[in-house]
Design a protein around this ligand. Structure first.
Ligand code: SF4
Length: 342
């Protein structure tokens, strides 16, 4: 069944925290959030929703459970009307680990929240401190476990390339998110917005922004942890609507939507290499034409950007020619290889 989110962006206007990467405070002055317009936004979105889709109203953008309590209840009650009327199925929201406790979860449960997306960012205390995140990894683990144990769908959001963070910290973050029962994850390579502490750090030379290649390589390795643990990776990189900003506001790391596709190309190449190694195909495919059987809709990722994966296969394994055939019964991130009949 198709899953559709009706996203309602709630900027955390009164957020007392000061994460170095956050641009919410600088954009809040020209953010068009208007509480009275939320109903109309939902109604408009519902007009375009296909029948039989699984529909959720999704409160994204800030730390939903940290906004003023009356405001939160108002928005939850409004959304619940649509569940009660059978127009949507449930609610999802994003928040911070230190804004989760039993009492908050009682409220969320009462109003039909099914999925809680938690901004973990990093499981390393050193990275959380350097990012001025304002909580420890212990708070993150506690909140993740509480959400999972209470039967909500946990989505772990994490960042790549925060100050002081290396690939080992990021792999560990992904592993802990899996261990804490996450059903899904989002990976955000760090974007450096103007008018943030992170931008000042970069301008002073105290922080080196990720290059696009770094962002892809590290996101690929982190996403592989989620794929191998059966945790769905909903997205890599900010959506243009999600950063509530535009490219002119970005000092470094303006990764376009294609970053997710490029990461998937790397995942498929690693799956192809693994298949060849496990099945000892190195000698059998040398100088031959091969057929890669692929999941439906994934051919371009297997071929790679500008045919990168095909070229690598020819270069590294001396394969003569590569044909990719899609099949409906192959699961995502799975492939198998045959020799082509000559
Ligand atoms: S990223 Fe940090 S500073 Fe920005 S709204 Fe969220 S908690 Fe507040």
């Amino acid at each position: 069944m198709r899953h559709i989110n009706i996203p309602i962006f709630i900027p955390h206007l009164g957020c007392p925290n000061d994460c170095v990467f956050c641009n919410q405070k600088t954009i809040s002055g020209h953010c068009n959030y208007d509480k009275s317009g939320v109903r109309e936004q939902i109604e408009r979105a519902l007009e375009t929703v296909e029948k039989d889709a699984l529909v959720q109203i999704a409160f994204f953008g800030g730390s939903f459970t940290g906004i003023e309590r009356d405001e939160m209840i108002y928005l939850l009650s409004l959304a619940k009307e649509y569940i009660d009327a059978g127009k949507i199925n449930s609610l999802r929201l994003s928040t911070r680990p230190d804004y989760i406790d039993e009492n908050i979860l009682d409220i969320l449960e009462k109003y039909g929240v099914k999925a809680v997306e938690l901004g973990i960012q990093s499981i390393s205390d050193k990275v959380l401190l350097a990012s001025n995140r304002g909580h420890t990894s212990e708070a993150s683990v506690r909140a993740m476990k509480l959400i999972s144990e209470r039967g909500f769908e946990l989505v772990g959001q994490m960042m790549i390339g925060l100050p002081g963070s290396g690939i080992e910290d990021e792999l560990e973050t992904a592993r802990v998110i899996c261990e804490c029962g996450a059903k899904a994850a989002r990976i955000y390579p760090t974007v450096v917005f103007y008018d943030t502490k992170l931008c000042e750090m970069a301008q002073r030379g105290e922080y080196t922004p990720l290059t696009l290649d770094d962002a892809i390589e590290r996101s690929f390795r982190v996403k592989s942890v989620f794929v191998d643990n059966g945790v769905e990776c909903i997205r890599v990189g900010l959506q243009s609507a999600e950063n509530l900003s535009d490219a002119s506001k970005v000092y470094a790391g303006d990764y376009h939507d294609a970053v997710g596709e490029l990461v998937d190309c790397e995942i498929y190449y690693s799956k192809i290499a693994e298949y060849i190694r496990i099945n000892s195909l190195e000698d059998k495919i040398r100088g031959k034409n091969i057929v890669i059987h692929a999941p439906f809709g994934e051919v371009s990722k297997i071929v790679g950007h500008k045919k990168k994966n095909k070229l690598r296969l020819q270069d590294e394994y001396n394969v003569k020619n590569i044909k990719v055939i899609e099949k409906k019964n192959i699961l995502r991130y799975n492939i198998y290889i045959d020799l082509e009949n000559e």
